[in-house]
Design a protein around this ligand. Sequence first.
Ligand code: ASN
Length: 305
Amino acid sequence: MKTTTHPQNGNGSYSQIFRVQTEALRAMHDFLSGRGLIQLMPVILSPITDPLNHSVDDAYITYNGQKLQLTKSMILHKQIAVSALDTRGIYIVSPNVRLERVQSSDRHLLEFSQLDIELKTATASEFMTLIEDLMIYIISQVKATCADELEKLNATLRIPRRPFRTHTSWSLLEEYGPHYESEISRSEDDLFWITDFQREFYDREDPEHHGHYVNYDLVYPEGYQEALSGGERDYEYYVLVRKIRERGQKLDDFAPYLELARAGMLGPSAGGGLGIERLIRFLTKRSNICEITLFPRIPNSIIKI
Ligand code: ASN
C-alpha cells in the first residue's frame, strides 16, 4: 500500500494551480448567481445519500444512536431543496466522500468537491445549454486572468465552440467497446456530451423509449474524461419505488426522501455535478489529480495528514 507524501507535486507549481482554482471558482459563482441561481451550503451528515452507479465502501458514523452517512453526492438533498424553494435553480460547492475500491487512478480522490447544480422544472437541453455557457465562461475568465500562470504551467486552453458535440452511450459502446469514454476523450479536441446512460434511480427514464434515459455526461477532451454527470429527474413516488426495487436497493435506505415523494413534495428538475478537482486538473493540464490538491486522499493508500 502506498503512503501519500506531502506536498504531492514537489515542482513548485501549487501557487499557479491555486490561483487558477481561485479564478475558476470566482467565475463559477459570478456566472451562476448572474443567471439567477441561489447558492446553498452543503450537507455532510444524513441518514440518506446517493446510492451511486458503482460500489464504494460506505462511510458511516453513529451519533446519538443514529447511523448517519457521509455525503457521496448531494443529489437527493438537491432535488428536495429545489422543489421546496421558489427559485430558478440552486448550486452548492459540496464535499463528497467516496471510499473507492479502484487499485490506482489518476482521476479519483476519496474526498473531493463537487459543484452541484439543479434547475427547477428544466429540461435536459436547457440544463446542457447552461453548462455549455458556464464552461465557456470559466475557460475564458481563466485565460484572461491567469495568462502568466498558464504559461508557467505550460497549459494551453482552447475556448470550446457551441453547441458541444453529442454522442449516445450505446452508439459509442458499439464503436469503441466498454472503455468508450476514455477512448473517445482522447480523440476529441473540444468538450462534448454523452447522453442516455442506464444508471441511478433518480435519473429520468425516457417515457417514449423504454430502457432509455434522459441523462448526460459532459466529457473533457485530450484524455481528461468525465467533467459532469447528471440528468432530468424522476420524482413521482411509484416510479421511484419501482426503480429502487429494480436495482435491488432497499426502500428503507431512502425512507425520508420517499416520504416527501409520497407527499407530492418533489417536482420536476434537471441538474448535474461537476468535479472541481477534475476541472482544475483539466485547466492546468496536470497528468494526475493528486498534483492539484495539497492533501490528496488517494484510493488504496495511507492518508498521512
Ligand atoms: N451529481 C450527480 C447528479 O447531479 C450525481 C452524482 O454525483 N452521482 O446527477
